[in-house]
Unconditional design. Structure first.
Length: 262
């Protein structure tokens, strides 16, 4: 666990059940996915920004964790602006690129929507421990234990994969194998890691079966996953943000239900 992880998982938000964080993120995301307008996304993003200081993340932690979102959102908006649906005044028309008033409006709505959906999800899940999430999914949502434990084991192996990649790279450099050609070296290392992953996965599955993880019947859990007042409060905040954003969009007349008739 890195220093950022340790700090992020010691605040008030860190003690909230991960299932509630997942539910709050879904409550915010679903209405924004169903509409493509800038008002609802802007209102949701504004409300989220007001609550971000209470998430327990320092500003440096926040930027380190969310910088991919800030990079991906403008890139998505640029793509929509260049190739989105044309309507209104056309400003640029060259080859397949057509920038119009409508495409720029869609680009702005897409930019705000990506930020409004991704930022709360990233901030909330920084404080999630995979084991706590698995406990919540199995005990509260009653998902099959075999599926939950298998996913948890796979997630725990990601860090080992990164270590294996670095070890393979150092070993191949020391032996002078595929020292030239980045593409050739990458493909060779990827194939070696695939073989190693399959072998490790088979051994892990056998070990888990031997220890009774796949046994029939109701299983017990080492830690009880609780869903109380803090969890309901977080869910209520997520629902409030979604309802206020939708209401503002309807009042402003910009609501654009993307699944409706064209």
């Amino acid at each position: 666990m890195t220093l950022l992880d340790a700090r992020a998982r010691t605040g008030t938000v860190a003690r909230i059940n991960p299932v509630a964080k997942l539910g709050a993120s879904a409550l915010i995301a679903i209405p924004l996915v169903l509409t493509l307008d800038w008002v609802s996304a802007a209102v949701a993003l504004l409300l989220e920004c007001l609550l971000l200081p209470f998430a327990g993340l320092r500003w440096r932690e926040f930027w380190v964790r969310t910088w991919p979102v800030w990079v991906a959102a403008p890139m998505t908006a640029v793509t929509i602006a260049l190739y989105g649906q044309t309507s209104g005044t056309v400003y640029v028309d060259w080859f397949v690129v057509r920038i119009s008033e409508g495409s720029l409006e869609l680009a702005a709505a897409t930019l705000l929507r990506v930020l409004a959906i991704a930022l709360p999800s990233v901030v909330l899940f920084v404080t999630v421990d995979p084991t706590d999430l698995a406990d919540g999914l199995a005990q509260i949502w009653r998902l099959p234990a075999r599926f939950v434990l298998g996913a948890l084991a796979g997630l725990r192996m990601v860090g080992l994969f990164l270590d294996d990649w670095r070890a393979l790279e150092l070993a191949r450099r020391a032996r002078g194998v595929a020292d030239r050609g980045r593409v050739r070296r990458f493909l060779g290392m990827a194939f070696a890691l695939l073989v190693l992953s399959i072998r490790r996965g088979a051994k892990l599955a056998t070990a888990m079966e031997a220890r009774g993880f796949g046994a029939p019947g109701r299983r017990t859990w080492a830690r009880e996953s609780r869903f109380g007042g803090r969890e309901w409060a977080l869910m209520a905040i997520g629902l409030t943000i979604a309802l206020v954003a939708v209401a503002a969009s309807i009042v402003a007349g910009t609501w654009n239900f993307i699944l409706g008739p064209s």
